[in-house]
Design a binder for this molecule. Structure first.
Ligand SMILES: NC(=O)c1ccc[n+]([C@@H]2O[C@H](COP(=O)([O-])OP(=O)(O)OC[C@H]3O[C@@H](n4cnc5c(N)ncnc54)[C@H](OP(=O)(O)O)[C@@H]3O)[C@@H](O)[C@H]2O)c1
Length: 236
């Protein structure tokens, strides 16, 4: 049985990942900003102590062993350049903490958990196309956090591969969730689709298929890989 801690499992991409992992027989310990249901641990990742509390609560629920961590929770909130200095800085710090720092804290707990036991483990990071390409003028923080996540992922992959601790990253383009809906309407709506050769945004189930593959199936030699899913809107 594979025990998986999945952050941000309450909706969007996270809910789709949860469904696909459960269909494969994995035990998924869900998480969101609050405990939406009995299978979900509530922890607000804007709070610096939340990742440790979440990790401990997840260990308790799993019987002491976690095999996979999926860093999926994320915040996409505009901070316009002409905000007050205080507001701009608060927006930066909130987005970087939720999207990068908390994922780093959880990844550290996971790596140490596997090292102490001498067992293999996997981390899957849900980053973003923005980590490669940048984002809108009101989202410096989001792009920086996702770019940081990709750099962290590569560091983890290279550092611990010898111990069978593997790291994979996924970089979705627009995906049809509440997050993307907000973005599309904030950037002028469907006109944005003209930038996507596939002609549509991704479905959460498509990202979930890739995440499930990384969590359960990807061969160890793939560690360190970053998998794009953006309808060819950004081809590297
Ligand atoms: N949708 C896209 O177009 C897109 C594109 C590229 C990358 N991504 C990335 O994919 C991931 C999932 O995105 P999504 O579109 O599925 O997002 P979503 O529908 O907005 O869901 C976000 C998830 O993260 C959780 N979350 C948000 N802020 C949190 C906080 N402060 N503390 C704890 N949990 C928090 C939410 O919990 P609650 O339900 O409790 O709020 C929810 O489970 C994110 O990392 C996002 O950056 C999305």
């Amino acid at each position: 049985m594979t025990n998986i801690l999945l952050t941000g499992s309450s909706r969007g991409i996270g809910a789709a990942i949860r469904k696909q992992l459960q269909a494969r027989g994995a035990t998924v310990i869900g998480h969101a900003s609050r405990a939406h249901d009995a299978d979900t641990i509530g922890a607000d990742l804007a709070d610096a102590s939340a990742p440790e509390e979440l990790w401990q609560a997840a260990l308790e629920r799993s019987g002491g062993t976690l095999d996979v961590l999926i860093n999926n929770a994320g915040l996409f909130s505009a901070t316009p350049l002409d905000s007050t200095d205080d507001d701009w800085l608060a927006g930066w710090e909130d987005t970087v903490r939720v999207n990068l720092t908390s994922a780093a804290q959880l990844s550290r707990f996971a790596v140490r958990h596997w090292q102490e036991r001498g067992v293999p483990g996997r981390i899957v990071h849900i980053a973003s196309r923005a980590g490669h390409r940048g984002d809108s003028p009101a989202h410096w923080h989001y792009a920086a956090a996702k770019g940081g996540m990709l750099a962290m992922h590569k560091t983890i992959a290279r550092a611990y591969a010898k111990e069978s601790i593997l790291s994979f990253a996924i970089t979705p383009g627009f995906t049809d969730t509440a997050m993307a809906g907000d973005y599309l309407s904030s950037r002028g709506g469907p006109g944005l689709l003209a930038d996507i050769p596939l002609g549509r945004v991704a479905e959460p189930e498509e990202i979930a298929t890739i995440a499930t593959f990384c969590a359960l199936d990807a061969p160890p030699s793939m560690t360190g890989a970053t998998l794009d899913a953006n309808g060819a809107s950004y081809v590297r």
